[in-house]
Ligand binder design. Structure first.
Ligand code: ADP
Length: 254
């Protein structure tokens, strides 16, 4: 499907024709933003976590092997994930590009992806890195509360409800997700850092890394909304593939 997006200068934008990769810690809002970018371009949003969970739900051989690994919070082996990704991006709906969310997770996966994209005739991938101060991230995740009734999301620090722990919309009780508790989030973020740092360095060396200040859109993310103007700006940059505009930095900042 062909979709055109209006960038800030008002000109229409061509097709994406490439893979866009979203890197960022849990809670940075990359899933929401990745979906929005995919929607703008009319291309698939490919979350490897969702794809694996789908396989588990359907009881496929892949799902049966992946389930215990995921339960332990470990990475599913490359022998399973890479085949799954290859099969997915060879589907016709991926012809004009796609947005990855949660893939690649390691340098080995990134290297495999690069050769796969080359073989399938795609332009080099564009990598968007969500950068956020870990303290702010911790505050954002641990402060998150969701209405039990309507699902409205609040943040007790940055977007508190008017009445103590009750939803402004429907008065529903607000609750914290079990995995948003500080003792769980801390180790999860540390594991992410350890895993992703070499990946970020890898893409930075290749000059493909575009950094996004994820702290900017706190309000939009808390409210479950997406900052469309910011995305238009990023989309325009994606299409023109501008690079290295920040002195002393190997990447572009938005
Ligand atoms: P989170 O961001 O909280 O880890 P995801 O939905 O992205 O959530 O992933 C859930 C789980 O799926 C991971 O913990 C891991 O076990 C597995 N997984 C997802 N993507 C990959 C990947 N690219 N490589 C290996 N395992 C993956």
């Amino acid at each position: 499907m062909k979709t055109s997006v209006a960038p800030p200068d008002g000109k229409s934008v061509e097709q994406l024709d490439r893979a866009v990769i979203f890197l960022g810690p849990p809670g940075a809002g990359k899933g929401t933003q990745a979906k929005e970018l995919a929607r703008h371009y009319g291309v698939p949003h490919l979350s490897t976590g969702d794809m694996l969970r789908e396989n588990i739900a359907k009881g496929t051989p892949l799902g049966i092997k992946a389930e215990p690994v995921m339960k332990r919070g470990e990475l599913v082996p490359d022998s399973l994930v890479l085949k799954m990704v290859q099969q997915r991006i060879e589907q016709p709906d991926c012809t004009h590009g796609f947005v990855f969310d949660g893939f690649p997770r390691t340098v080995a996966q990134a290297q495999y992806l690069m050769s796969l994209l080359r073989q399938n005739g795609y332009k080099p991938a564009l990598v968007v890195h969500f950068v956020i101060d870990p303290k702010l991230l911790l505050r954002r995740i641990t402060g998150r509360r969701m209405c039990k009734v309507g699902g409205e999301i609040y943040n007790i620090y940055e977007r508190p409800p008017k009445c103590d722990l009750r939803c402004d919309q429907d008065g529903g009780e607000l609750e914290q997700r079990p995995d948003d508790r500080e003792e769980i989030v801390g180790p999860r973020l540390q594991a992410y850092e350890k895993q992703t740092e070499p990946l970020v360095a890898y893409y930075r060396r290749l000059g493909r890394l575009h950094e996004v200040n994820a702290a900017k859109s706190v309000d939009a993310l808390c409210a479950g909304r997406v900052d469309v103007n910011r995305w238009r700006f990023i989309c325009a940059a994606v299409m023109s593939s501008k690079r290295c505009t920040v002195p002393g930095s190997s990447c572009m900042k938005f």
